[in-house]
Design a protein around this ligand. Structure first.
Ligand SMILES: [Zn+2]
Length: 157
């Protein structure tokens, strides 16, 4: 799983907190300021047992479209370079754009394959387990409800 970073400014002490998270921001929406220890709700984080998974994380079609789109750009750049090269010159920018597009296409393809073959789903199972484990803590549930979350009774066991 690739890592991303979430940044937020503490409403109490205005410290800028920066922390790593998974790229879908699955995790507890209750964050704690590293400087003053006050707690803060960050709705960008998804408590997956309540909020569900990010629909994009299960949708391989978006990535397949990305592959086709980027491949098309790579091919256009390739053809352009081929004709330029035949005339005795070529543009470094076009070659670079083509190479980057080809790399992007490979990245999208890898993501699409991961989803198709269930690797992403396995990772999702892990996030769901972690989320459910957090919700077994009645104090944590109370806090979330205090922030306006509606939590299904079946999750509290
Ligand atoms: Zn703070």
């Amino acid at each position: 799983m690739q890592m991303s970073y979430a940044e937020w400014v503490c409403p109490e002490c205005k410290t800028k907190n920066r922390e790593s998270c998974n790229s879908w921001m699955y995790g507890s929406p209750i964050r704690q300021c590293k400087a003053c220890r006050s707690e803060y709700l960050d709705r960008r984080f998804r408590e997956v047992a309540i909020d569900g998974f990010d629909p994009r994380s299960n949708n391989a079609k978006i990535y397949v479209k990305g592959v086709l789109f980027l491949l098309a750009i790579a091919v256009i750049c390739g053809v352009l370079t081929y004709f330029q090269y035949a005339k005795g010159y070529y543009s470094v920018k076009v070659v670079a754009a083509g190479a980057l597009s080809a790399l992007g296409a490979i990245a999208c393809l890898v993501l699409a394959m991961r989803i198709k073959f269930g690797f992403q789903n396995k990772a999702n199972d892990k996030y769901m387990e972690e989320s459910k484990a957090r919700l077994r803590d009645p104090q944590y549930v109370k806090k979330l409800e205090g922030y306006g979350y509606r939590i299904d009774e079946s999750l509290k066991k």
